[in-house]
Design a protein around this ligand. Sequence first.
Ligand code: PMP
Ligand code: GLU
Length: 409
Amino acid sequence: MEFSSNVSRLSPSATIAVSTLARTLRAEGRDIVNLSAGEPDFPTPEWIADAAVQAIRDGETRYTPAPGIPELRAAVAEDAARDAVPGWAPEASQVVVTSGAKQALFNAIFALFGPGDEVLVATPYWTSYPQMVGLAGADAVPVQGPAERDFRLDAGTLEAARTRRTRGLILCSPSNPTGSVYDAGEIEAVTRWAKEHGIVVISDEIYRHISFVTEPGTRAPGLMGVDPVHVGPHVVVDGVSKAYAMTGWRIGWAIASGEVAGKLSALQSHTTSNAATPSQHAALAALRERSRADAAIREMVVAFRRRRDLVVEGFRTRLPHLELVEPQGAFYLFVRIDSEFGGEVTGSQAWCSAVLEETGVAMVPGAAFGDDRWARLSYATSDDRLEEAVRRLAEGRTRTGPATPGGAR
Ligand code: PMP
Ligand code: GLU
């Protein structure tokens, strides 16, 4: 079958592919520790779910305006202003509610970039960014900051990658897949550079609540914490999926500067029409009931931090030959595995397949994130399963390379 040039460069999401495979193996009766897709293992807080049920009972089951119900757009704007610099209060009209943060990113990329454009993508990157850039017909250009800064970008690195065609930059902090977190000064340096060169910044802030560098329940620095004087055209992307344990509800949003919001909304009006109506009401409850939501988020972040400590400690003591990025946020551990390549295992894909086959631990190959020397695991699962995963990796792994300390063969 011949497909159109629209999708000629498209491949399926590796994160979703590995987690689907892990589920299939589990259904076949294998004991799988699924550390692939990043999804909080907590249930959506009950009072948020109740708000959706109530909305359905109240007849909120019809189309909404394309950019979302006005109350939710206003609540998102208000929420964003909570830790924006004083005076930076986005208007509700700048908010477009989408079917998950993924659609907000797609809408922004599709509306802003096209053939001939280059979009810099902070690398290691979340697997969908370059695919979305490709769908828009533009060219994704991976840019990697220095390893000793956990790959965070600075203006110098960005400037070296800039060409006459550079139109955009996609940034993700806290980062999926590394867990690295930009501090406020680092974000400002990047936005200043982008503004100077008329480059649009898409700031994916979906993991901002899950930060270990700030108090649990407070957010990591974001783009709107920078003095607007230093910020040019931008789109901030966030949503309820991660912080509120609501991945299946499919609610995200874009907060866009200038006329961009109108264009994102027009695009959406021809594709999904609007995000699911009951889900919008659930998200509204999540944002409006601030103190309850903060308490729920705090509890989850405390658990994520404990698990981060558990898995980092587990790797350091039982698999000390594997370099890792110590995560400061989100719920991923990025582990360097190329010291184990050898024989048929020539890259991260083969390594992850071998590990899954031999230990039942499902991880995502680094190739999906732009660096084939690494692999990613999600630690958004129970302490028991994490301990089990570390044990299996340390004891049960078939080593393709030289035998290494910390593990019996
Ligand atoms: N951005 C990043 C960095 C993510 O990890 C995810 C996870 N799916 C998304 C966006 C998309 O979030 P959502 O589920 O709200 O579409
Ligand atoms: N964002 C998660 C991940 O990176 C969920 C899967 C996806 O949406 O790609 O694993």
